[in-house]
Design a protein around this ligand. Structure first.
Ligand SMILES: [Zn+2]
Length: 418
């Protein structure tokens, strides 16, 4: 139960009566106009159908749009892109409730919130388990499907040359138009008689909601058991502090077509091209993936730290004017950022049962024990125990949920601790 008692029902639900994707279904409702006089903010709530099932039923997205009385940046937050990673939904619920307690003058700009952003992934089950990382139909990772402007063959160098003398804001506006024009071609392709696979229809809807955002936050968790941390792009390290996490992974290499990458990489590419032309410019756009604890459960501590970090980040970015924020510790906060290529996954060298594994958050020196595998055999011999040691000095941040492993199955992840 919320501290405001029963949660408010949606004020408005726009349900389009077509499966044809639309750039934006958010419109101010007559009710929304009425509440302008209200002291507290009420979001516009819009529902967007994304897929019609064979049964005729439809699965939808629902976005909560808060708009401040003064214009400014747009922040877009979504959660649960991977089906088992549910903590972010609780964070968004808390954010909805919190924002509804604010006066609209306390929000500069707008905040769009999209919980349970993958209605297919969150619904997948295998016995008691929620896998939801891969699309069961085509095997694709739900977070490796996104449309990336940088890969569309557009001439970013020519754009930069033609904008070399212009101010950063004009460049930002014009580049965003270029991205939107290129993205709009996706709709034509989807609406052709041959249509496109579901992943392309789905990604179109999600990216339609955020391509014009300034700040994008994608709330994940581990699918297994993990600590809270953040993925940070190079050149955005200073902003990462505001989330107040102890650890992060610095993206010195890309997975490709992940949600955070698809949003920010085109901007990083433009910054890089400008630098080559002799102009150093950092656009006021950022993208983050937050990892909030473990999968298939809502860790209260992860929700608390995620909510606190997001409020602090939004205040630091100037969107929220709220008492006590940005928190005074922000300036002094130190986050340990480990380059992505210094993160290592350990896989089982043989099949068996994991035991004596170190705890999450352990520091393990080179050669010391990370875990053991109890290995049985069918060769008439006694079972054996195999020790697995650390290849270097490491910090353990993620552990597999299942302690029964086939050879080659995932066991744990470490960050280099040099
Ligand atoms: Zn994830």
């Amino acid at each position: 139960m919320s501290r405001y008692g029963v949660f408010h029902p949606p004020l408005k639900v726009n349900v389009a009566n077509t499966i044809v994707p639309q750039m934006s279904l958010v419109r101010a409702s007559p009710l929304a106009k009425l509440v302008v006089v209200s002291l507290f903010m009420i979001p516009v709530i819009s529902s967007i159908p994304v897929v019609q099932l064979a049964s005729g039923d439809r699965l939808s997205l629902q976005v909560y749009q808060f708009r401040g009385s003064v214009g400014g940046k747009k922040a877009y937050l979504q959660s649960n892109l991977h089906g088992a990673e549910i903590s972010g939904n609780a964070v968004i619920y808390e954010l909805i409730e919190y924002l509804m307690s604010l006066d609209s003058s306390q929000l500069i700009g707008e905040i769009w919130l999209l919980p349970v952003c993958n209605p297919v992934g969150v619904s997948q089950r295998s016995h008691h388990f929620s896998p939801g990382r891969y699309n069961l139909y085509d095997g694709e990772d739900w977070n490796r499907i996104f449309w990336d402007f940088e890969k569309q063959g557009e001439d970013i160098l020519a754009f930069a040359k033609s904008h070399l003398e212009l101010d950063a804001n004009t460049i930002k506006v014009n580049y965003r138009k270029e991205i939107a024009l290129s993205f709009a071609k996706q709709l034509t392709i989807i609406n052709a008689p041959s249509s496109r696979p579901y992943s392309e229809i789905y990604r179109y809807h999600l990216q339609s909601l955020c391509l014009d955002a300034d700040l994008v936050l994608d709330l994940h968790s581990s699918t297994n058991h993990a600590l809270d941390y953040i993925y940070c792009f190079s050149s955005r390290e200073e902003s990462a502090k505001a989330f107040l996490f102890d650890r992060g992974i610095l993206m010195d290499e890309y997975d490709g077509d992940a949600f955070d990458e698809a949003f920010l990489k085109p901007w990083l590419a433009l910054e890089r091209v400008f630098a080559e032309l002799g102009r150093n410019i950092v656009f006021d756009v950022e993208s983050w993936t937050l990892e909030l604890g473990s999968g298939m459960q809502i860790n209260p501590e992860s929700v608390t730290s995620g909510l606190r970090g997001i409020k602090n980040y939004l205040a630091t970015q100037g969107l929220l004017k709220i008492d006590g924020f940005p928190l005074p510790e922000t300036v002094q906060h130190q986050i340990i950022l480990t380059p992505k290529n210094s993160v290592k996954k350990y896989y089982a060298p043989g099949g068996g049962m994991i035991r004596s594994r170190v705890e999450l958050g352990s520091f393990v020196k080179q050669g010391e024990l990370l875990y053991q595998i109890l290995i049985f055999n069918k060769s008439g011999e006694f079972p054996s125990i195999v020790d697995v040691g650390a290849e270097s000095d490491v910090f353990v941040f993620d552990l597999s949920t299942n302690q029964s492993v086939n050879q080659g199955e995932y066991v744990l992840s470490v960050m280099a601790n040099s």
